[in-house]
Design a protein around this ligand. Structure first.
Ligand code: SF4
Ligand code: SF4
Length: 416
């Protein structure tokens, strides 16, 4: 049974079909169950007892990017992405999670040590030559579920977790601000250069950085309707951050950022509410709090920007990354992207569970990047960046996706 607020929302949908024009999945499939209106209809029937959860319905409700584009453009204010999440929660209560997800959430996500071991194994796979051999023999193509293609989504992994490579405190003499850094899993295990850039930019602006013990933000579980694991991870994070004497909590991942903003509702605790007030995306922090000045050298490289769905609707979430990129001029010459705020198709693990559909969504972005003539596409979400790099490579493009903070750090470097 859905919560009251979502049951009430069902009546607000006039079935106008306006959401069809805004749903990236409807654009690709042309199928009603995949668009917001179709999902509202199905939820209503589930609620009314005319339908029961089955494999087909589970597949339909897993086929949503949770990009929020339908909700943003709905004339009646129906928040379909939130309703889909509520429906997934209902599904988990009725039928449990698929076995792979259940094991990943219960036995991996809750344990930092096990996540690090996976990172090390993947790094060994990539560095030992095994990856080259397997790719060369084409054996991966014999596996089901597009394993050969999915295996290429992962960038090169260092094998050493970011949080193990840097001190827990940067230790400045007289800092103007103190922040706690929530690194997120991707920066910690896959893209440590993003974390190093955050430390470099903050330290060079006289901001003390503390990197406390922390866990996954919980979004994979939250988006899948597995509330027990989501609450466990949120509560662990609150436990480790609440006693810190800091002015802000910064993060480089748009998805972690938006998840932290949900902690108060998820945990219904005063600590979570207080900490949510300190949470800041790094781009917003650099523009609105630090107002950093950059005087970079002229590299004359054209850069464009992709809006992560989880950042663009936050106050300052659209303008701050762009403002930073503009301040990098003439080091980087900023050009606006035609479809900047269209979802890239990553959506957490959607690009793994629905690989072909996810790539179809991504190709619109790839085309608009090509039209922009940019050499680099910047973004503010490590998952989007992985998806963009993979999709660009698939299309034969030489354009590279990077985090905005990496570009800021590079330009500071050029100045030194
Ligand atoms: S979700 Fe909104 S846009 Fe879509 S059919 Fe309902 S009222 Fe119309
Ligand atoms: S959240 Fe995105 S993918 Fe899901 S129904 Fe709405 S527009 Fe379509």
């Amino acid at each position: 049974m859905l919560e009251k607020q979502y049951r009430e929302m069902l009546n607000k949908c006039s079935r106008c079909g306006g959401c069809q024009a805004h749903c990236p999945l409807y654009t690709e499939t042309g199928r009603e169950p995949y668009v917001a209106r179709g999902k509202v209809e199905l939820i209503e029937n589930l609620q009314g007892g005319n339908l029961e959860w089955n494999d087909r319905l589970a597949e339909i409700f897993s086929t949503c990017l949770l990009c929020g584009s339908c909700s943003e453009n709905c004339p009646n204010g129906v928040e379909v992405d939130k309703m889909v999440r509520a429906a997934r929660k209902d599904l988990v209560a009725a039928r449990g999670l698929p076995i792979i997800k259940k094991n990943v959430f219960q036995h991996l996500l809750k344990y930092n040590g096990r996540l690090k071991t996976i990172g090390k194994l993947l790094a060994f796979y990539q560095k030992s030559g095994l990856q080259k051999v397997l790719r060369g023999t084409g054996i991966l193509k014999l596996f089901p579920m597009k394993l050969a293609e999915k295996e290429r989504i992962l960038p090169r992994i260092s094998g050493k977790a970011f949080r193990d490579s840097f001190p827990a405190k940067t230790g400045l003499d007289n800092p103007k601000l103190k922040v706690a850094y929530f690194t997120g899993c991707v920066t910690n295990l896959v893209t440590p250069q993003v974390g190093a850039s955050v430390l470099k930019v903050l330290s060079s602006n006289n901001v003390e950085v503390i990197i406390p013990v922390q866990y996954c933000c919980g979004v994979p579980a939250l988006a899948s309707g597995e509330m027990e694991v989501a609450k466990f991870l949120a509560a662990e994070n609150i436990k480790y951050f609440k006693s810190l004497d800091v002015d802000y909590i910064v993060m480089d991942c748009a998805t972690c950022f938006s998840t932290w903003l949900e902690y108060p509702e998820l945990l219904k605790s005063e600590d979570a509410s207080q900490l949510a007030k300190k949470v800041m995306d790094i781009n917003i922090f650099l523009v609105e709090i630090l107002d950093i000045k950059l005087e970079p050298r002229n590299l004359g490289i054209k850069v464009t920007y992709h809006d992560p769905c989880h950042l663009k609707r936050t106050p300052g979430g659209k303008s701050s990354p762009r403002e930073l990129l503009k301040r990098l001029s003439p080091c980087y010459e900023y050009v606006e992207l035609e479809l900047a705020d269209r979802c890239c198709g990553s959506a957490g693990s959607f690009n793994l569970t629905h690989y072909d559909l996810s790539q179809k969504v991504a190709m619109h972005k790839v085309d608009s990047i090509a039209n922009s003539k940019a050499e680099i596409v910047a973004s503010a979400c490590p998952s989007c960046i992985m998806q963009l790099n993979h999709s660009l490579q698939n299309s034969g493009s030489k354009v590279e996706a990077k985090h905005v903070i990496e570009l800021v750090a590079e330009c500071i470097e050029s100045d030194e």
